[in-house]
Ligand binder design. Structure first.
Ligand code: NDP
Length: 293
C-alpha cells in the first residue's frame, strides 16, 4: 500500500491522550447496516483508500455494521497499531451493563484490536431504559480501568445529559461527538463541553445532506481562495478546535477533505460562516432528547 505521510494536528484530551483532529467517518460507506461478509469487503476497500489518503483516525459504530470491514482494512494496511486511532460506539440495544461488556468484546474482535482508543455511548436514549443512561455511562467508563479502552466518551449528549452523568458519577467524558456544522452550531452543547473540558467532535461536519456545501457565503469564500466549499467548512471546524470526521466513498474527496492544512481562514471569514447558524432548525439528524434508535 502506498501510504502518504499524515499532517493532521493532534488534540490533547482531558485524560492526556491525543487524538488526530481529522478522522474518517464510516456511516453509510456500505449499502446497508448489515454486518455481512459482502458489506465488510466493501467497507474494507473504502477504508483502505482512506488509509492510503493519509487518514489515521477511523470512526465506526456497532450499529453501522462497518466494524469488521474497518478491522480488515487495518489488518491489511500494515500500519502500526500505535499509529492508528479507532473509535466505536455502543449500539442503542446494548445499554444494559452486561450488554455493554459483551458487545465491547465483540467490537474488539470485529476490529481485530486488543485495545480500543475511544468508545462512546452512541445516543443517550432518555426515554428508554427508564431514562437511566447514568448506569450505562458507569459501565462504559469502567472499560478504561480494566485496560481494554483508552478513553470513554459519549455521543449526541445534550447539556442536561452531560450535567447529569458528571453530577451523578464524577466521571467526565473525554469526548462528546454530536451534530455540528455551519447550519447547526449547537452552541449550548459546545458551551457545556468547554466548561467541563470535554473535546468537541463534530459529526456530519459537512451537514450530512451536503446543503452547506452550496451555501453562497461559503461558495464565495471558497472561490476567493481557490478551495472547495468542503475544504472551507472543514477548515472552519479545525480553527474552532473541533475534531472532524467527514465521510466520503470517493478517493478524490477523501484527499480533498484532508488537504486543509496549508491555509488559514481570517477572522472575518470565520465570523461570516458563524452567521450561518440556523439554531435548532439547522439540525439534520434526530433530536437526542426524543430519539429512540
Ligand atoms: P458528512 O457531513 O461527512 O457528509 C457526507 C456527505 O458529503 C456524503 O454524501 C459525501 O458523499 C459528501 N462529501 C464528502 N466529502 C465531500 C466533498 N469534498 N465534496 C462534496 N461532497 C462531499 O456526513 P456524515 O453524516 O456521514 O458524518 C460523518 C461521520 O460522522 C459519519 O460517517 C459517522 O462516522 C459520524 N456520524 C455520527 C453520528 C452519531 O450519531 N454519532 C451521526 C452521523 C454521523 P460521497 O461519499 O459520495 O463523497
Amino acid at each position: 500500500m502506498n501510504l502518504k505521510p499524515t499532517t493532521v494536528p493532534q488534540i490533547t484530551l482531558s485524560n492526556g491522550m491525543t487524538i488526530p483532529q481529522l478522522g474518517f467517518g464510516t456511516l453509510a460507506v456500505q449499502p446497508n447496516r448489515d454486518a455481512s461478509t459482502a458489506n465488510a469487503e466493501i467497507t474494507a476497500s473504502v477504508v483502505a483508500k482512506a488509509l492510503e489518503a493519509g487518514y489515521r483516525h477511523i470512526d465506526t459504530a456497532q450499529s453501522y455494521g462497518t466494524e469488521r470491514g474497518v478491522g480488515q482494512a487495518i489488518a491489511a494496511s500494515g500500519i502500526s497499531r500505535d499509529d492508528l486511532y479507532v473509535t466505536s460506539k455502543l449500539a442503542n440495544g446494548n445499554h444494559a451493563p452486561d450488554a455493554v461488556y459483551r458487545s465491547f468484546e465483540q467490537t474488539l474482535k470485529n476490529l481485530g484490536v486488543e485495545q480500543l482508543d475511544l468508545f462512546l455511548i452512541h445516543w443517550p436514549l432518555p426515554t428508554l431504559y427508564s431514562g437511566d443512561y447514568v448506569t450505562t455511562w458507569k459501565a462504559v467508563a469502567e472499560l478504561v480501568s480494566d485496560g481494554r479502552l483508552r478513553s470513554a466518551g459519549v455521543s449526541n449528549f445534550l447539556s442536561a445529559h452531560l450535567e447529569r452523568i458528571i453530577g451523578e458519577t464524577g466521571l467526565v467524558p473525554v469526548v462528546n461527538q454530536f451534530e455540528l456544522h455551519p447550519y447547526f452550531a449547537n452552541r449550548a452543547t459546545c458551551e457545556t463541553c468547554l466548561q467541563h473540558g470535554i473535546a468537541i467532535e463534530a459529526h456530519s461536519p459537512l451537514g450530512h445532506n451536503r446543503e452547506p456545501l452550496s451555501d453562497p457565503i461559503i461558495t464565495n469564500i471558497a472561490s476567493g481562495r481557490g478551495k472547495s466549499t468542503a475544504q472551507i467548512i472543514l477548515r472552519w471546524h479545525i480553527q474552532r478546535g473541533d475534531i472532524v470526521i467527514p465521510k466520503s466513498v470517493r478517493p478524490e474527496r477523501m484527499c480533498e477533505n484532508m488537504d486543509i492544512f496549508d491555509f488559514e481562514l481570517g477572522k472575518e471569514e470565520m465570523a461570516a460562516i458563524d452567521t450561518l447558524d440556523r439554531g435548532d432548525t439547522g439540525r439534520v439528524g434526530p433530536h437526542p432528547g426524543t430519539y429512540e434508535g
